[in-house]
Design a protein around this ligand. Structure first.
Ligand code: KIV
Ligand code: ZN
Length: 389
């Protein structure tokens, strides 16, 4: 079974998304949690972008004992020097060098020719390598890059010392089958297969996790992702989705990650707290509804055997709340279950009447508290008492 490296960029790409900036203390707290969760690589920031990032990377480098710490750097000496300066005290360190390779980025952003980009890659990857053994090189906007030029850029970076080559779908335009074919072709026509293949997918069309997983099937052995999928625009591949997929479908992929899944719920909450962001209710793994059942038919199944409607054990991801929630679609089974959980013995009650009252309540309300549920049950107890006396 081969290992997949989980590269977390919550503190860099994630933090770059609008409204998601984090305090130094929060970044250190999240990094410590990622380290404890055995995330392989933590991209702690972009050292050259601002002083706060530099400081955060420096502090995070001191506290991580398991994870490799990396900083992003553009292809210039100042960025690489600052990146190295920030990570130099880390137990395990990496410099992540990148340059855009697509024609649109070359023409409208970098104002460079292809030959100039190739020279920059050669010079700057070699320079980074002279400072640090572990070098990752990213071809920004790889999926919109001319194929032959992408192969040239990859080979140049490998010759200059890169040990990981990252293929980002920067604008999130790929389809899973298309991205898989792209990775396979790059392996066939460049030396990509000689190094660790990494992917970094954005979620503009909602394909980030699917694309990353397709790439793993084609030999990618590093996935760049963020907690809760935060990141530029529609976000990045969600760490929790990749880890859960590889674990749940292990036989299919024959690869594993070492991430401690029981930390995922806490990490998700910590990122929400630090960024002030909220997670959509139906978000896989960490959304409020990911393991909740309100519909009567589903509740009847799950109360007998959770596998009827759940493929994942929520406890494995640090989620321990009750999986049954009462609502207008709930039936007898769930109401009896709730009565038992609140200490009532359902045998002494006219359950059909209680179901009727609860459904009535949900005509005007979306949720029911334990107190109100209890008061409805007690009301029925009184009715039975009054009838019998
Ligand atoms: O989306 C992207 O291309 C990036 C690179 C810098 C890796 O974030
Ligand atoms: Zn990105």
């Amino acid at each position: 079974m081969e290992d997949v490296i989980i590269f977390d960029t919550t503190l860099r790409d994630g933090e770059q998304s609008p409204g998601c900036s984090m305090s130094l203390e929060d970044k250190i707290k999240i990094a410590k949690m990622l380290d404890e969760a055995k995330v392989d690589v933590i991209e702690a920031g972009f050292a050259a972008s601002n002083e706060k990032d530099f400081k955060a990377i420096k502090e995070i480098s001191k506290v991580c004992t398991y994870s490799t710490v990396t900083s992003l750097a553009r292809c210039n000496k100042r960025d690489i020097d600052l990146a190295y300066e920030a990570i130099k005290n880390a137990k395990k360190k990496r410099i992540h060098v990148f340059i855009a390779t697509s024609d649109i980025h070359l023409r409208d952003k970098l104002k460079m020719s292809r030959d100039q980009v190739i020279s920059k890659i050669r010079e700057m990857v070699s320079y980074a390598k002279s400072k640090c053994d572990d070098i990752e090189f990213s071809l920004e906007d790889a999926t919109r890059t001319d194929f032959v030029f992408a192969c040239r850029a990859i080979n140049t970076a490998i010759d200059a010392g890169a040990t990981t080559i990252n293929i980002p779908d920067t604008v999130g335009v790929m389809m899973p089958f298309e991205f898989a074919e792209f990775i396979m072709e790059l392996k066939n026509y460049s030396r990509l297969g000689d190094v660790c293949i990494s992917v970094h997918c954005h979620n503009d069309l909602g394909m980030a996790t699917a694309n990353s997983i397709s790439a793993i099937k084609c030999g990618a052995r590093q996935v760049e992702c963020t907690i809760n999928g935060i990141g530029e625009r529609a976000g990045n591949t969600a760490l929790e989705e990749v880890v859960a997929t590889l674990d749940t479908r292990r036989k299919l992929f024959q690869v594993r990650s070492f991430v401690d899944t029981t930390m995922i719920s806490k990490l998700s909450q910590a990122v929400c707290d630090a960024t002030g962001s909220v997670i959509q209710n139906n978000k896989a793994i960490v959304g409020r509804n990911a393991f909740l059942h309100e519909a009567g038919i589903h509740q009847a199944g799950v109360l007998n055997n959770s596998l009827t409607y759940e493929i994942i054990d929520p406890k494995k991801y640090g989620i321990f709340h009750d999986n049954i929630v009462l609502g207008i679609h709930s039936g007898k089974n769930a109401i009896i279950d709730k009565m038992r959980k609140l200490g009532f013995n359902p045998d002494g009650y006219l359950i059909d009447d209680i179901v009727f009252s609860i459904k009535e309540y949900f005509q005007y309300n979306k949720e029911i508290s334990d107190e109100i549920f209890r008061s409805i049950i007690l009301e029925h107890k009184c009715k039975i008492y009054n009838k019998n006396n």
